[in-house]
Design a protein around this ligand. Structure first.
Ligand SMILES: Nc1ncnc2c1ncn2[C@@H]1O[C@H](COP(=O)(O)OP(=O)(O)OP(=O)(O)O)[C@@H](O)[C@H]1O
Ligand SMILES: [Mg+2]
Length: 336
């Protein structure tokens, strides 16, 4: 996959991108996703900063990267960051409150901006990813008539119009080999209201085993219900935004799931529905445990190019209807 950055760049194409426009990258440590940005998405993340409840359901936002005039640059990229949010390495953020410059070489086209957000797959051994666009309306209020018609047609060609959500990409990694299966755009587009469950059979293959499979689906349903409760009270309009579902099919981590000694559920946080595995838990104390814990699954809203904060006006109903339908259909996948 080509990126707008040069080969010398310390950033590279994100191999786990399952949908969307080309050009999503990660840094060397895979801590951060660097995504070509448009102004509304940047604004959406910035205005979400004080919203401590909603913020838990989106990737952490690290700031903006703006390459200079298409020339290669070494070093102090924090100088290129705009606004009050520093372009800080997430690893460093967790340890200090000061802004450390990212080191790297950036070669971008003039005027291009990138937003830097948390890589939701960081720490996963074998990440499995599914991107689902929520809502039946895919255009925002600023869209002109041509764009509206194009997006209405797009919705009609997919399950956006019939179910209020559209599975737009899936990648699953085999637990016991290096094999992975990607379900591309044509495959996703071919899904209908009748065949939609194929997507969930693909994302949760039988090879996961009934217990683990049911566990994952149950947790995602819980996450979705919790998210619905939060989002219904937000002054937001969300169009063409996605939910990214991720879990780890890695055998070691799955085995740890079945071994009670290595599994703990933190009941005090939103993440209480997720299992955290800490392979070093015997040697290290509680503090060290917090440092190394990595969730086995996650679900977050992403892609806010057509979303905005709308004081005094609650979330669009088509978004909530899409969530409801998704919850309903996902629940059918839980097997007795
Ligand atoms: N924070 C993240 N962590 C991990 N993967 C991510 C993250 N953000 C985006 N991705 C990956 O990149 C893909 C594209 O992201 P996104 O939908 O935000 O981009 P886009 O080009 O604006 O999309 P679209 O074409 O749908 O408007 C997602 O499907 C996902 O695979
Ligand atoms: Mg997208």
């Amino acid at each position: 996959m080509e990126t707008p950055l040069s080969n010398k760049s310390k950033f590279k194409s994100f191999e786990h991108q399952v949908a969307g426009h080309k050009g999503v990258m990660v840094d060397d440590d895979q801590l951060m996703v660097i995504k070509p940005s448009v102004a509304p998405e940047k604004l959406f993340y910035e205005l979400a900063i004080p919203n401590t409840i909603f913020k838990q359901f989106i990737p952490e936002y690290y700031g903006v990267l703006k390459p200079h005039n298409g020339t290669a640059e070494v070093g102090q990229l924090s100088q290129d960051c705009e606004g009050s949010v520093g372009c800080t390495s997430p690893a460093k953020r967790s340890k200090t409150s000061t802004t450390e410059p990212l080191q790297g070489i950036v070669h971008g086209q003039e005027q291009e901006e990138y937003i830097c957000i948390q890589n939701l797959l960081h720490g996963f051994a074998k990440p499995c990813v599914m991107d689902i666009k929520i809502g039946s309306r895919l255009y925002d209020d600023s869209a002109d008539e041509t764009k509206r018609q194009r997006m209405i047609k797009k919705a009609l060609e997919t399950t956006s119009s019939t179910l209020g959500f559209y599975v737009c990409g899936i990648k699953v990694q085999d637990p016991s080999s290096d094999a992975s299966t990607s379900y591309d755009r044509p495959w996703c587009k071919s899904l209908t209201k009748i065949t939609i469950r194929k997507a969930f059979s693909a994302f949760f293959p039988e090879s996961l085993g009934k217990e683990f499979r049911n566990y994952l689906i149950n947790q995602f349903v819980l996450e979705l219900k919790e998210y619905r409760d939060v989002v219904k009270n937000q002054d937001l309009k969300m169009y063409s935004s996605s939910l990214l579902f991720v879990y780890d099919s890695g055998l070691n981590r799955r085995n740890a799931f079945f071994s009670k000694n290595n599994v703990s559920c933190d009941a005090d946080t939103r993440k209480d529905s997720e299992v955290f595995i800490n392979e070093d838990s015997e040697e290290e104390g509680d503090d060290a445990k917090k440092e190394t814990d990595i969730a086995l699954l996650d679900m977050r809203a992403i892609d806010f190019a057509h979303s905005s904060w709308t004081p005094g006006s609650k979330i669009n109903t088509d978004y909530l209807e899409g969530l409801d339908k998704l919850i309903e259909i996902l629940q059918l996948e839980i097997k007795n």
